[in-house]
Write a protein that binds this ligand. Structure first.
Ligand code: NAG
Length: 265
Protein backbone atom coordinates (compact mmCIF):
# COMPACT_ATOMS: atom_id res chain seq x y z
CA UNK A 1 0.00 0.00 0.00
CA UNK A 2 2.91 2.35 0.58
CA UNK A 3 3.54 3.71 -2.88
CA UNK A 4 6.30 6.21 -2.68
CA UNK A 5 5.68 9.44 -4.49
CA UNK A 6 8.01 12.03 -5.88
CA UNK A 7 6.76 14.83 -3.68
CA UNK A 8 7.47 13.08 -0.39
CA UNK A 9 10.10 10.48 -1.28
CA UNK A 10 12.23 9.69 1.75
CA UNK A 11 9.80 11.43 4.07
CA UNK A 12 11.65 14.68 4.27
CA UNK A 13 10.27 16.10 7.49
CA UNK A 14 11.84 19.49 7.11
CA UNK A 15 10.05 20.04 3.78
CA UNK A 16 6.69 18.77 4.91
CA UNK A 17 6.29 19.75 8.57
CA UNK A 18 6.84 22.55 11.07
CA UNK A 19 7.46 22.02 14.76
CA UNK A 20 4.50 24.04 15.95
CA UNK A 21 4.98 24.15 19.74
CA UNK A 22 7.17 22.93 22.58
CA UNK A 23 10.33 24.80 21.53
CA UNK A 24 13.26 22.42 21.13
CA UNK A 25 11.26 19.45 22.42
CA UNK A 26 10.37 18.78 18.80
CA UNK A 27 13.39 17.78 16.70
CA UNK A 28 13.99 16.99 13.06
CA UNK A 29 17.05 14.76 12.77
CA UNK A 30 19.03 12.53 10.37
CA UNK A 31 18.78 14.80 7.32
CA UNK A 32 15.08 15.25 7.84
CA UNK A 33 14.35 11.52 7.92
CA UNK A 34 13.51 11.33 11.61
CA UNK A 35 11.32 13.47 13.80
CA UNK A 36 11.01 13.20 17.57
CA UNK A 37 8.61 14.84 19.99
CA UNK A 38 9.22 14.97 23.70
CA UNK A 39 7.29 15.71 26.86
CA UNK A 40 8.62 16.82 30.21
CA UNK A 41 7.02 18.35 33.27
CA UNK A 42 7.07 21.84 31.74
CA UNK A 43 5.66 21.13 28.30
CA UNK A 44 4.81 18.70 25.56
CA UNK A 45 5.43 19.39 21.89
CA UNK A 46 3.85 19.07 18.48
CA UNK A 47 4.23 19.39 14.75
CA UNK A 48 1.93 20.14 11.85
CA UNK A 49 2.08 19.76 8.09
CA UNK A 50 2.82 22.73 5.89
CA UNK A 51 0.32 21.41 3.33
CA UNK A 52 -3.43 21.13 3.54
CA UNK A 53 -5.01 18.01 2.07
CA UNK A 54 -8.43 17.18 0.70
CA UNK A 55 -8.41 13.36 0.49
CA UNK A 56 -5.40 11.12 0.47
CA UNK A 57 -3.68 7.95 1.51
CA UNK A 58 -1.38 9.09 4.29
CA UNK A 59 1.18 6.87 6.00
CA UNK A 60 3.39 7.55 8.98
CA UNK A 61 5.59 5.25 11.01
CA UNK A 62 5.56 5.85 14.75
CA UNK A 63 7.50 4.39 17.64
CA UNK A 64 5.75 5.25 20.87
CA UNK A 65 7.15 6.22 24.27
CA UNK A 66 8.76 3.08 25.75
CA UNK A 67 8.69 1.89 29.35
CA UNK A 68 6.37 3.60 31.79
CA UNK A 69 4.35 5.94 29.56
CA UNK A 70 1.33 6.10 31.87
CA UNK A 71 -0.42 9.48 31.77
CA UNK A 72 1.02 10.44 28.38
CA UNK A 73 -0.98 10.80 25.18
CA UNK A 74 0.54 10.82 21.71
CA UNK A 75 -1.82 12.12 19.05
CA UNK A 76 -1.61 11.81 15.28
CA UNK A 77 -4.50 13.23 13.31
CA UNK A 78 -5.92 15.20 10.43
CA UNK A 79 -7.93 18.32 11.18
CA UNK A 80 -9.45 21.34 9.51
CA UNK A 81 -9.95 24.67 11.27
CA UNK A 82 -12.95 26.40 12.79
CA UNK A 83 -16.04 25.60 14.87
CA UNK A 84 -17.50 23.10 12.37
CA UNK A 85 -14.21 21.39 11.75
CA UNK A 86 -13.59 17.88 10.48
CA UNK A 87 -11.08 15.63 12.18
CA UNK A 88 -9.77 12.07 11.87
CA UNK A 89 -7.88 10.91 14.96
CA UNK A 90 -5.40 8.36 16.13
CA UNK A 91 -4.52 8.81 19.83
CA UNK A 92 -2.21 6.54 21.74
CA UNK A 93 -2.84 6.36 25.48
CA UNK A 94 0.26 5.35 27.41
CA UNK A 95 0.45 2.78 30.16
CA UNK A 96 2.67 1.28 32.84
CA UNK A 97 5.60 -0.83 31.63
CA UNK A 98 4.25 -4.11 30.28
CA UNK A 99 0.63 -2.96 30.23
CA UNK A 100 -0.87 -2.38 26.79
CA UNK A 101 -1.30 0.96 25.08
CA UNK A 102 -4.81 1.89 24.03
CA UNK A 103 -5.28 3.09 20.46
CA UNK A 104 -8.15 5.55 20.50
CA UNK A 105 -9.80 6.64 17.23
CA UNK A 106 -12.46 9.22 16.41
CA UNK A 107 -14.05 10.94 13.43
CA UNK A 108 -15.48 14.45 13.53
CA UNK A 109 -17.62 15.78 10.72
CA UNK A 110 -18.76 19.38 10.71
CA UNK A 111 -17.84 19.84 14.34
CA UNK A 112 -19.49 16.70 15.67
CA UNK A 113 -17.42 13.84 17.04
CA UNK A 114 -18.51 11.33 19.70
CA UNK A 115 -17.55 8.46 17.40
CA UNK A 116 -14.89 6.81 19.51
CA UNK A 117 -13.58 3.34 18.90
CA UNK A 118 -10.69 1.96 20.92
CA UNK A 119 -8.37 -0.93 20.27
CA UNK A 120 -5.55 -2.89 21.81
CA UNK A 121 -2.70 -3.61 19.44
CA UNK A 122 -1.39 -7.07 18.50
CA UNK A 123 2.22 -5.96 19.03
CA UNK A 124 4.21 -3.74 21.37
CA UNK A 125 4.12 -0.32 19.66
CA UNK A 126 7.16 0.88 21.63
CA UNK A 127 9.67 -1.75 20.42
CA UNK A 128 9.70 -0.79 16.78
CA UNK A 129 8.22 1.50 14.21
CA UNK A 130 4.75 0.58 12.94
CA UNK A 131 2.79 2.16 10.13
CA UNK A 132 -0.42 4.04 10.88
CA UNK A 133 -2.33 5.03 7.76
CA UNK A 134 -5.45 6.93 6.88
CA UNK A 135 -7.24 6.37 3.63
CA UNK A 136 -9.59 9.31 3.14
CA UNK A 137 -11.50 9.41 -0.11
CA UNK A 138 -15.03 10.47 -1.11
CA UNK A 139 -16.46 7.02 -0.27
CA UNK A 140 -14.96 6.32 3.12
CA UNK A 141 -12.28 6.77 5.73
CA UNK A 142 -10.25 3.71 6.65
CA UNK A 143 -7.81 3.51 9.55
CA UNK A 144 -4.97 1.06 8.99
CA UNK A 145 -2.32 -0.34 11.31
CA UNK A 146 0.55 -1.99 9.42
CA UNK A 147 -1.71 -2.19 6.35
CA UNK A 148 -4.43 -3.99 8.30
CA UNK A 149 -7.71 -2.07 8.29
CA UNK A 150 -9.09 -1.60 11.78
CA UNK A 151 -11.93 0.85 11.23
CA UNK A 152 -14.08 2.12 8.39
CA UNK A 153 -16.25 5.23 8.42
CA UNK A 154 -18.43 5.34 5.34
CA UNK A 155 -19.81 8.34 3.58
CA UNK A 156 -23.46 8.23 4.66
CA UNK A 157 -24.44 11.67 3.45
CA UNK A 158 -27.38 10.10 1.65
CA UNK A 159 -28.67 9.08 5.08
CA UNK A 160 -28.12 12.52 6.55
CA UNK A 161 -24.75 11.91 8.23
CA UNK A 162 -22.27 14.69 7.47
CA UNK A 163 -19.06 13.45 5.85
CA UNK A 164 -15.69 15.24 5.75
CA UNK A 165 -15.36 16.13 2.08
CA UNK A 166 -15.25 19.90 1.81
CA UNK A 167 -12.75 21.20 4.34
CA UNK A 168 -9.03 20.70 3.68
CA UNK A 169 -7.13 19.28 6.62
CA UNK A 170 -3.59 19.48 7.90
CA UNK A 171 -1.71 16.66 9.60
CA UNK A 172 -0.97 17.21 13.28
CA UNK A 173 0.84 15.32 15.98
CA UNK A 174 1.59 16.01 19.59
CA UNK A 175 2.66 14.49 22.86
CA UNK A 176 1.19 15.83 26.07
CA UNK A 177 0.37 15.03 29.65
CA UNK A 178 -3.14 13.72 30.27
CA UNK A 179 -2.65 12.05 33.62
CA UNK A 180 -6.14 13.14 34.70
CA UNK A 181 -7.79 10.64 32.35
CA UNK A 182 -5.44 8.78 30.04
CA UNK A 183 -4.42 5.68 31.96
CA UNK A 184 -7.04 3.55 33.67
CA UNK A 185 -9.30 6.56 33.59
CA UNK A 186 -6.80 8.75 35.49
CA UNK A 187 -5.98 6.39 38.36
CA UNK A 188 -2.40 5.91 37.15
CA UNK A 189 -0.48 9.21 37.06
CA UNK A 190 2.53 10.30 35.07
CA UNK A 191 5.83 9.38 36.71
CA UNK A 192 8.04 12.37 35.91
CA UNK A 193 11.20 10.56 36.99
CA UNK A 194 10.92 8.87 33.56
CA UNK A 195 10.83 12.17 31.65
CA UNK A 196 11.51 13.17 28.96
CA UNK A 197 8.98 10.95 27.20
CA UNK A 198 9.86 10.62 23.52
CA UNK A 199 7.83 9.51 20.49
CA UNK A 200 9.59 9.02 17.13
CA UNK A 201 8.38 9.35 13.54
CA UNK A 202 9.76 8.30 10.17
CA UNK A 203 8.80 7.35 6.59
CA UNK A 204 6.00 9.82 6.09
CA UNK A 205 4.22 9.37 2.79
CA UNK A 206 1.20 11.17 1.39
CA UNK A 207 -0.41 10.13 -1.86
CA UNK A 208 -2.91 12.88 -1.63
CA UNK A 209 -4.62 15.91 -3.04
CA UNK A 210 -2.76 18.96 -1.78
CA UNK A 211 -4.95 22.04 -1.56
CA UNK A 212 -3.59 25.46 -2.27
CA UNK A 213 -5.64 28.62 -2.94
CA UNK A 214 -8.76 26.51 -3.49
CA UNK A 215 -7.11 24.27 -6.08
CA UNK A 216 -6.31 20.57 -5.61
CA UNK A 217 -3.12 19.04 -6.93
CA UNK A 218 -3.55 15.29 -6.76
CA UNK A 219 -1.14 12.42 -6.74
CA UNK A 220 -3.47 9.52 -7.37
CA UNK A 221 -2.28 5.95 -7.34
CA UNK A 222 -5.64 4.26 -6.98
CA UNK A 223 -6.42 5.42 -3.47
CA UNK A 224 -9.11 7.86 -4.62
CA UNK A 225 -11.46 5.00 -5.46
CA UNK A 226 -9.93 2.32 -3.22
CA UNK A 227 -12.44 -0.07 -1.65
CA UNK A 228 -12.08 -2.72 1.02
CA UNK A 229 -11.84 -6.06 -0.78
CA UNK A 230 -13.24 -9.16 0.91
CA UNK A 231 -9.84 -10.25 2.27
CA UNK A 232 -9.41 -6.88 3.95
CA UNK A 233 -12.98 -6.91 5.25
CA UNK A 234 -12.15 -10.23 6.90
CA UNK A 235 -9.01 -8.82 8.46
CA UNK A 236 -10.89 -5.82 9.78
CA UNK A 237 -13.49 -8.13 11.33
CA UNK A 238 -10.69 -10.13 12.94
CA UNK A 239 -9.24 -6.98 14.52
CA UNK A 240 -12.62 -5.73 15.66
CA UNK A 241 -13.54 -9.10 17.16
CA UNK A 242 -10.25 -9.62 18.98
CA UNK A 243 -8.82 -6.19 19.73
CA UNK A 244 -11.63 -3.66 19.91
CA UNK A 245 -12.21 -2.57 23.50
CA UNK A 246 -14.73 0.22 22.98
CA UNK A 247 -17.22 0.98 20.23
CA UNK A 248 -19.61 3.94 20.42
CA UNK A 249 -21.90 2.03 18.08
CA UNK A 250 -22.67 -0.53 20.78
CA UNK A 251 -22.81 1.89 23.71
CA UNK A 252 -26.59 1.90 24.24
CA UNK A 253 -26.24 3.50 27.69
CA UNK A 254 -24.55 6.50 26.18
CA UNK A 255 -27.21 7.00 23.52
CA UNK A 256 -30.52 6.28 25.29
CA UNK A 257 -32.36 8.15 22.51
CA UNK A 258 -30.98 5.68 19.99
CA UNK A 259 -27.60 4.99 18.39
CA UNK A 260 -26.15 7.47 15.87
CA UNK A 261 -27.53 6.96 12.35
CA UNK A 262 -24.30 5.57 10.89
CA UNK A 263 -24.36 2.77 13.50
CA UNK A 264 -27.75 1.48 12.44
CA UNK A 265 -27.21 1.24 8.65
C1 NAG B 1 -3.49 -0.11 30.78
O1 NAG B 1 -3.40 -1.40 31.31
C2 NAG B 1 -4.53 -1.81 32.06
C3 NAG B 1 -4.23 -3.19 32.65
O2 NAG B 1 -3.98 -4.12 31.62
C4 NAG B 1 -5.77 -1.79 31.17
O3 NAG B 1 -6.92 -2.07 31.96
C5 NAG B 1 -5.93 -0.43 30.51
O4 NAG B 1 -7.00 -0.46 29.59
C6 NAG B 1 -4.64 -0.07 29.79
N1 NAG B 1 -4.71 1.17 29.02
C7 NAG B 1 -4.99 2.36 29.51
C8 NAG B 1 -4.87 3.49 28.55
O5 NAG B 1 -5.32 2.57 30.66
Amino acid sequence: MVVSSITTAGGIFRQEFDISWGDDRGKILNDGKLLTLSLDKTSGSGFQSKNEYLFGMIDMQLKLVPGNSAGTVTTYYLSSQGPTHDEIDFEFLGNLSGDPYTLHTNVFSQGKGNREQQFKLWFDPTNNYHTYSLLWNPQHIIFYVDATPIRQFRNNEKNGVPYPNKQPMKIYSSIWDAEDWATRGGIVKTDWTNAPFIASYRNFNADACVRSSGVSKCNTTGWLTQQLDSANQKRMKWVQKNFMIYNYCTDFKRFPQGLPTECTI
